[in-house]
Ligand binder design. Structure first.
Ligand code: GTP
Length: 202
């Protein structure tokens, strides 16, 4: 197993089309095209820095997010404990319907593992956390490509599903409002036949 890795952790496999990262302070940006259910989807990936000093900037990026990966390092108990903080930040700053996936990265570092895949029934066990917040969970490795494509595809699927539900909701509301407006219009019309001699100009 390599002790270091040249691959950026949130990168997708090279099979997807890419543009280089544009580095802003504390935030990296990348675009990818991936295929979900036979549909080509272009996604924007904002990789925000974890360090405290970038928090003011990075929090501003939560607002327009449709999907969020909460990433910890399986070889760092500390990074796992920080997940609760990320979760509360997401609750506070991200839009309500944002889709979330919990990621335990560096799965190739098995010999250094500090965070168990399943930590029994303990209150803050990994799966409990994922369940509590309704999140899917993957262990990934940017070194071996484990679950990288799968997790991006899943998050994209979740975002698309949520988007469809929202559109359906808008459509249903719009058609109900239209039906109501038509009903009101009908009710406001005078009853009985219209006097043609008064309305006809010919
Ligand atoms: N072994 C292993 N190393 C990894 C993996 N992913 C990232 N690394 C290494 O971990 C280190 C930190 O990676 P970064 O990409 O800077 O991590 P980050 O979470 O974006 O860090 P911040 O932006 O500072 O929050 C680098 O040395 C990477 O090569 C992985 O899956 N396995």
């Amino acid at each position: 197993m390599p002790s270091f890795c040249q691959v950026k952790p949130k990168e997708l496999p090279s099979s997807a089309s890419t543009r280089p990262f544009r580095s802003v302070r504390g935030v990296d940006f990348k675009m990818k095209t991936i295929e979900v259910d036979g549909i080509k989807v272009r996604i924007q990936i904002w990789d925000t820095a974890g360090q405290e000093r970038y928090q003011t900037i990075t929090k501003q990026y939560y607002r327009r997010a449709q999907g969020i990966f909460l990433v910890y390092d399986i070889s760092s108990e500390r990074s796992y404990q920080h997940i609760m903080k990320w979760v509360s930040d997401v609750d506070e700053y991200a839009p309500e319907g944002v889709q979330k996936i919990l990621i335990g990265n560096k799965a190739d570092e098995e010999q250094k593992r500090q965070v168990g895949r399943e930590q029994g029934q303990q209150e803050c066990s990994l799966l409990q956390l994922a369940k509590e917040y309704g999140m899917d969970f993957y262990e990934t490795s940017a070194c071996t490509n484990l679950n990288i494509k799968e997790s991006f595809t899943r998050l994209t699927e979740l975002v698309l599903q949520a988007h469809r539900k929202e559109l359906d909701g808008v459509r249903t509301r719009a058609s109900k409002e239209l039906a109501l407006a038509e009903l009101e219009e009908d009710e406001s019309k005078p009853e009985g036949p219209v006097n043609s001699s008064k309305t006809c100009w010919c």
